[in-house]
Design a protein around this ligand. Structure first.
Ligand code: ADP
Ligand code: MN
Length: 495
């Protein structure tokens, strides 16, 4: 009897269908791979070189390894020199470009090249020595196959010419050198990965912040803001969405338009790839504030209008005292606003934060208030309100992401409001806030309407009827007389 008890023999159960389908998948993959790599360098036997399996019988290989060792020492020496020169001076000189061996960047392992993939082999020889289809030349004893060492060796040496120009292959190309497949493959792997590493390193230096997420024109805009002293540094990307990229930046000293620049800023860059915005047309096309302009604009300008819209809407909210980012500046499709959060850490979204039931209750009543303020005082419907666009900061909820917000008289404004209400009440009911109104009650509480329908479908129908009524009214009497501005609501803003 084993002192540790009987061995556990239960094996993980797995259905026959699973096993079969896995096998099938493997077979299919093999087939696919075989089709994709029909012409792998002819190392019919013997594995490719791996870490533990280095063929040290070749002099060239040994020389190559020595060279790499030497390069490493050279780089270490460079690093020492660099340190000596720079001391603890604030301005430092980098010898990075002179290094031979590029430091391995760990985050790139996932795009490490599969150098055996000959579909995109950049080192493929231009004029490969022809081996007939049948795979051999000659007759009888003098037969030479494509595996022939001499032919293959010469071919490999010729291929070396196609390595990147920085890759020093020596003058072996002119000689009658015969590289074994193993050595050639090892070299090819080395050359390829060095080239890629070098390219990556370069890329990193060029765009040390996450600015590479934006196009050159936008980058220029951002640089200008930094140059003008408006921003101190752009530290990195907070979020990349379908329609926007948001960066964090430290505010600069110079306040241009007698405005104090907040110590930390969020930069929202509206994406200029247009397709994402197509389905958002309805938010802006039917917004009468932009109606006259819309038809004359090209898509690029429409995107600027999104940024402009967000700015106007934020300003309205700011004026009403709703917690939201403060607008710093708008330049084309780039909106700079105050950062909600601290020390580069953005405030968490309501969906991500764990609140005590007391705080959750507080958050709810705050949001109810904000929605009413937004509607009544700002004459706006958020139109994308959910736990994703509410941040929890400083013990309260902040509203963000208002580029799509519309006025309630928008042809679909009330539908958007109803959707907002549904998101909010579902979130808080799930979070266990007993006070949370249901979506229909919330809609009435925010809008001041008194729709009595007790089910979703009828309620929705009444909302659409209201919208239709308003549209007809606008058609007949112009926007100023619409029902929303008629009964004591604030006048419609002219912007
Ligand atoms: P999108 O249209 O991509 O959803 P958002 O305006 O919601 O754009 O911004 C995306 C994310 O960026 C937000 O969820 C939030 O985490 C962050 N963010 C945006 N603006 C700010 C800000 N002013 N302060 C802090 N974080 C912000
Ligand atoms: Mn958002």
């Amino acid at each position: 009897q084993c002192p540790w008890g009987a061995p556990n023999t239960t094996s993980i159960s797995c259905s026959l269908a699973d096993v079969m389908s896995e096998q099938l998948a493997k077979e299919l993959q093999l087939e696919e791979e075989n089709a994709a790599f029909p012409e792998v360098v002819a190392v019919a036997e013997g594995p490719f070189i791996t870490g533990e399996n280095i063929d040290t019988s070749s002099d060239l290989m040994l020389a190559q390894m020595l060279q790499m060792e030497f390069d490493r020492e050279y780089d270490a020496q460079l690093r020492r020199e660099e340190k000596k020169i720079n001391g603890d001076s604030k301005v430092s000189i980098s010898f990075e470009n002179y290094r031979k061996v590029h430091p391995y960047d760990s985050d790139s392992s996932e795009d490490e090249v599969d150098w055996q993939d000959t579909r995109h082999d950049p080192y493929r020889a231009d004029k490969p020595t022809t081996t007939p289809r049948k795979g051999f030349v000659g007759k009888g004893k003098d037969i030479t196959t494509k595996h022939d060492e001499v032919v293959c060796g010469r071919k490999n040496t010729a291929r070396m010419e196609n390595f990147a120009p920085e890759f020093q292959v020596g003058d072996g190309i002119g000689m009658d050198l015969k590289l074994s497949n193993q050595v050639f493959n090892a070299l090819k792997q080395h050359a390829y990965s060095e080239e890629r590493r070098s390219a990556r390193l370069h890329e990193k230096k060029e765009h040390s912040t996450a600015e590479k997420a934006v196009d050159p024109k936008t980058r220029l805009l951002l640089y200008k803001m930094v140059n003008a002293g408006m921003l101190e540094t752009i530290t990195g990307c907070i979020s990349t969405g379908k329609e926007s990229v948001v960066f964090h930046a430290y505010g600069g000293k110079s306040a241009t338009e007698d405005k104090v620049i907040p110590p930390e800023c969020a930069i929202k860059v509206f994406k200029t790839t247009l397709n994402e915005f197509k389905n958002r047309d309805k938010y802006i096309k039917d917004d009468y504030r932009f109606k006259d302009r819309f038809s004359k604009l090209n898509p690029r300008k429409i995107i600027r209008m999104w940024a402009e819209k967000e700015m106007h809407n934020l300003t309205r909210m700011q004026n009403a005292g709703i917690p939201c980012p403060q607008v710093v500046i708008l330049k084309k499709h780039v909106l700079v606003m105050s950062f909600i959060g601290q020390d580069q850490v953005p405030a968490p979204k309501l969906k991500d934060v764990t609140l005590s039931s007391e705080d959750m209750k507080k958050a709810y009543s705050q949001i109810l208030n904000m929605m009413q303020q937004l509607y009544k005082e700002c004459n706006l419907v958020h139109a994308d309100l959910s736990e994703y666009n509410m941040l929890w900061h400083d013990g309260k909820v902040w509203l963000i992401d208002v580029s799509q917000s519309v006025e309630p008289t928008h042809p679909h404004g009330l539908e958007f409001l109803f959707r907002d209400c549904r998101n909010v009440s579902q979130f808080f009911q799930k979070a266990g806030v007993a006070e949370a109104l249901n979506e229909r009650e919330l809609f009435n509480a925010v809008s001041g309407f008194n729709i009595t329908a007790d089910n979703e479908v009828d309620f929705q129908a009444e909302i659409e009827a209201l919208e239709k009524m308003n549209e007809d009214h606008v058609q007949n009497h112009g926007k100023k007389l619409s029902m929303f501005s008629g009964d004591g609501d604030p006048p419609i803003y002219d912007e």
